[in-house]
Design a protein around this ligand. Structure first.
Ligand SMILES: Nc1nc2c(ncn2[C@@H]2O[C@H](COP(=O)(O)OP(=O)(O)OP(=O)(O)O)[C@@H](O)[C@H]2O)c(=O)[nH]1
Ligand SMILES: [Ca+2]
Length: 482
């Protein structure tokens, strides 16, 4: 008679159950990463002072929303910004050729056709567009013609609004810091360009209805953000200098003695060139010689007075204003300050509100010729203007935006956080829908978890099989025994 194995049934059941679990686990938890290849995007930042090209790269096969985007390459276009070619628009297009050729080399050829290419112009083109619409259109035509000659997927060239510029700069800074995905408290963004300046942050208490045009609402990775943003046209570093010079040349003098420049500074400037900008054109003196001599005086307190005269602190129809009657809630949290904020404050080695003393020292006691000798590698124009720019930055931040000793200490002057700080990355993330409004459903198990579970199940099955074999063998030996 065949002996009945009491283990037979339960063991079979257990092995079958584990087997089924293993198959179900295989089907449901499998999240094996596909082989990674890269995708690319190109953004041209056509600023007032110069154009820069940025190439971004991210893993292609992985879900767009989880792939981290990095800056692969950047190229500084030689010469000035595209708005400076108003009189010779075709040169605006030609100026981009070298960097575009670099981009062709940087992006693998098989990816060219699917690589989006964007050009965003900022305050320089905003001003040209206000001043001379036809000239601005011609510059864009020339630029388009050049960009379309390249094998990328050209997505258009346009002027960004100041609000977009501010908001995308904020997105960039917070994306790079990984704050958006993690739902952390966000960092404000301060951008000082050549022709405009932007401030963007999430205020503590924010009544959007007070000034709806300053509000931008985002839903990113499942979190709501009510962003305050404002762009001041003409308050970039170069246009601010123009306004300061206009303030000092109202009567059309032959010479001015400028407290914001070093005592040995002396440069001949042309009246027409100085006043050739909508930021100052209305103030052009009726009677003036062709040129004037711009000399320096080196007096920090008087320089502050000149700079303060560029701001209107009087009229404000809101609960609170920054300047020029523009609504602004109190600044809140940490800030990242980039572009000229970084160039100037990094050079002057200044990081706190007491920086004023240092600027006073440099401006009053140092000659520009001494500074040039000490820093022969730096552009002379930048060197001569650092004290003006430093005083302007301190005045803008403290008197303009109302940063005090405590809030000022939370400003970090940054050039980059893994990628360059600026609006371009935020712009591309937005146009390629790279940041989801909702958090992506996370996979049931990451790859490592999946591998561990399957390994444990296989081991269990193996142990059970071995147990069963040992039991059967032992039992047979017993039954065949004497
Ligand atoms: N000191 C210094 N200044 C720089 C440097 N690069 C640019 N600048 C100046 O800093 C200011 C701001 O530069 P950007 O942020 O490039 O300005 P932009 O984007 O051309 O101008 P917007 O259209 O107003 O944004 C300009 O006056 C530039 O001339 C640099 O390496 N060092
Ligand atoms: Ca800029």
């Amino acid at each position: 008679m065949k002996e009945k194995n009491p283990w037979h049934k339960p063991l079979t059941i257990i092995i079958t159950v584990i087997g089924v679990i293993a198959i179900v686990a295989l089907v449901t938890v499998a999240e094996i990463p596909p082989p990674v290849s890269a995708q690319y995007g190109i953004v041209l930042d056509a600023g007032s002072s110069h154009t820069a090209l940025y190439i971004y790269k991210w893993p292609a096969e992985k879900d767009n929303n989880t792939g981290r985007i990095e800056q692969k390459h950047s190229c500084k276009v030689k010469g000035k910004g595209i708005s400076s070619y108003a009189a010779v628009p075709e040169k605006a297009g030609m100026s981009l050729t070298e960097c575009m050729q670099e981009a062709e080399m940087q992006v693998p050829a098989w990816r060219h056709q699917e690589t989006p290419l964007y050009l965003g112009a900022t305050a320089g083109m905003r001003l040209l567009n206000m001043e001379n619409r036809v000239a601005s259109d011609k510059v864009f035509e020339a630029v388009e013609k050049t960009l379309q000659r390249f094998p990328f997927s050209y997505q258009g060239a346009r002027i960004l609004s100041g609000q977009e510029e501010g908001a995308f700069g904020w997105v960039t800074v917070n994306y790079l810091d990984d704050r958006l995905k993690q739902g952390l408290q966000t960092t404000g963004a301060l951008d000082l360009g050549g022709a405009s300046t932007q401030i963007s942050f999430v205020p503590r208490e924010y009544d959007i209805s007070e000034s709806p045009s300053n509000a931008v609402a985002f839903r990113l990775y499942g979190n709501y953000y009510n962003l305050y943003t404002h762009s001041f046209l003409c308050y970039g570093k170069d246009q601010a200098l123009r306004m300061a010079l206009a303030h000092q040349t109202q009567s059309g003098p032959i010479t001015i003695s400028d407290p914001c420049f070093h005592p040995d500074y002396s440069v001949t400037r042309n009246y027409n060139t100085l006043y050739d900008s909508p930021c100052v054109s209305e103030r052009k003196p009726k009677v003036a010689p062709l040129n004037f001599i711009h000399t320096g005086e080196g007096n920090f307190l008087q320089c502050q007075e000149v700079i303060k005269s560029l701001f209107n602190f009087k009229s404000c129809k809101y609960s609170k204003c920054s300047f020029n009657g523009i609504f602004q809630p109190p600044v809140q949290g940490s800030f990242g300050a980039f572009s000229a904020y970084y160039f100037v404050m990094n050079f002057l080695n200044l990081t706190d509100v007491f920086s004023a003393l240092c600027i006073d020292n440099i401006l009053t006691f140092k000659l520009v010729e001494q500074i040039k000798k000490l820093h022969s590698d730096i552009n002379e124009k930048y060197l001569a203007e650092y004290c003006f720019s430093g005083t302007y930055i301190l005045t803008l931040l403290t008197e303009g935006y109302n940063f005090n000793t405590e809030t000022f200490s939370k400003i970090k002057f940054i050039k980059e956080v893994s990628s360059d700080a600026g609006w371009t990355l935020g712009y591309m993330l937005n146009l390629t829908n790279m940041i989801p409004a909702e958090t992506k459903d996370s996979p049931p198990l990451p790859h490592a978890g999946y591998v561990s579970i399957v390994t444990v199940i296989v081991l269990l099955l193996f142990i059970l099989c071995v147990c069963r074999c040992v039991w059967v063998k032992g039992h047979l030996t017993l039954s065949n025994g004497p």
